[in-house]
Write a protein that binds this ligand. Structure first.
Ligand SMILES: *Cc1c(COP(=O)(O)O)cnc(C)c1O
Length: 433
């Protein structure tokens, strides 16, 4: 069996919220001294998502309108067996991948974008502002806003804006308004450009610009593509579908692997399975893979830090490289974030998640091998998960174990061809440690 498919009716009716099942209490966000960032959250986020952010309910009903758009956009996504890759590696391991690349915008991001646009619309808001790294989140939110009849403004990290010009075009097709960040559109953007005219930009700066704009206007909310609890919760449609798909083939994954930027595709695919592990009913391993040049979980500190560079957000307890960290301009733009979801951070701290890092050169090599054996070209972010899946499959070859390995295939790379072009011509910049 190559493809394990569910029907539209199998789209989950509820999201799973891991908060009540955590092994220890999640540290709450905090204000920095003399500031009221927590009080300001209600100016920039919808009532719906703020309620979810702090919810202790294990399951949250997916609004009917959101579930219908999930179906319209093609959910459930299929689960594929990577037989071609298994054969190339000559491994006894079974490798599966969950096809989030099959969403119309090419990644898992639409799962939360639709929900966030829905709750903003419900509050009577007219426009959303947001950041985007590689462009996947900006694309998803532009489409979600278009479906909900909202305007959308996207601050796109400058290096990605230059590396991936077609991302801007597709956001504009969906009526998104796109600025290269740092931009002249906000006071903070202007300040950064003044201090450093050739600044490559960062997700932290783009977030600050998007929040600044939303804070000043009553009819505008801000929307974040990852990191926060409600985003992790929305993404659990992936893992809830996966549970059914593995049941259908009477298999359980032994190792689950995803890349991590802010943690949402990882959380979404794994939290329903982590629940069993937290309850002592599973031996599954959960591996989070990040770039060696942005090693948040593997080398960062677990401490309170801002989610953005300027300090508009509350302080979050998370693994962080520091809110002013600027990652080198690797092609995996979606993984160039200084912080990490507080939920993922806590579970990594407690030993339930194993973090690993990989270099740009080695992940592209694995991405190309995957494309050649399976046909699908992975996003540069997704290649990080593939790299570790290949490592695990090769370990099985040595030991003879027939492990079941699951990759969350977060997105395709058809708009990231500059990176592949550089890899093939030998022009990828080396990683900086
Ligand atoms: C955004 C993105 C990521 C990283 O973000 P997470 O929130 O960690 O999932 C990974 N892969 C793709 C394809 C992305 O678009």
């Amino acid at each position: 069996m190559y493809k394990i498919e569910l029907s539209s009716d199998d789209v989950p009716k509820k999201w799973y919220n891991i908060n009540p099942d955590l092994p220890s209490e999640l540290p709450m966000p905090q204000n920095s001294e003399g500031k009221e960032q927590i009080e300001n959250l209600s100016k920039i986020f919808s009532k719906g998502v703020l309620e979810q952010e702090f919810s202790q309910d294990r399951y949250i009903t997916i609004p009917k309108a959101v579930r219908e758009i999930y179906q319209q956009m093609g959910r459930p996504s299929p689960l594929f067996r990577a037989k071609g890759l298994e054969e190339k590696l000559n491994t006894p391991a079974k490798i599966f991948y969950k096809r989030e690349d099959m969403s119309p915008t090419g990644s898992h991001k639409l799962n939360s974008a639709i929900a966030q646009a829905y709750y903003a619309k419900k509050d009577g808001i007219e426009r959303l502002t947001t950041e985007t790294g590689a462009g996947q989140w900006g694309t998803a939110l532009s489409l979600a806003c278009s479906l909900m009849d909202l305007d959308c403004t996207v601050y796109m990290v400058k290096v990605s804006y230059e590396q991936k010009p077609f991302r801007k075009a597709i956001m504009e097709v969906y009526d998104g308004e796109v600025y290269s960040s740092p931009s002249e559109n906000t006071a903070y953007g202007k300040q950064v450009i003044k201090e450093s005219p050739n600044h490559p930009g960062s997700l932290g700066i783009a977030i600050s610009e998007a929040i600044e704009e939303a804070m000043d206007l009553d009819n505008v909310y801000y929307s974040l593509g990852s990191v926060l609890n409600h985003v992790m919760t929305h993404q659990t449609v992936i893992g809830l579908e996966l549970e059914k798909q593995f049941e259908m083939i009477e298999t359980q994954p032994d190792v689950m692997i995803a890349c991590v930027g802010g943690g949402s595709n990882f959380s979404g695919s794994m939290f329903p399975f982590l629940k069993d592990k937290l309850q002592g009913n599973s031996d599954c391993e959960f591996i989070a893979v990040e770039p060696r040049s942005c090693p948040t979980l593997t080398k960062g500190n677990y401490e309170y830090d801002f989610g953005d560079t300027k300090g508009f957000t509350p302080m979050l307890k998370m693994f962080t490289l520091g809110h002013d960290f600027i990652a080198p301009s690797v092609h995996a733009g979606g993984l160039r974030y200084h912080g990490m979801s507080p939920l993922v951070s806590l579970l990594a701290k407690e030993g339930y998640i194993e973090p690993r890092s990989a270099s740009q050169e080695e992940v592209f090599k694995c991405g190309v091998l995957f494309a050649k054996s399976e046909g699908v070209l992975p996003a540069p972010e997704t290649t990080h998960a593939i790299k570790v899946a290949i490592d695990e499959a090769l370990k099985c070859k040595e030991t003879g174990e027939e492990k079941t390995i699951m990759i969350n295939f977060s997105g395709h790379g058809l708009l990231d061809l500059k990176g592949y072009e550089n890899f093939i011509s030998g022009d990828l910049a080396p990683d900086i440690d």
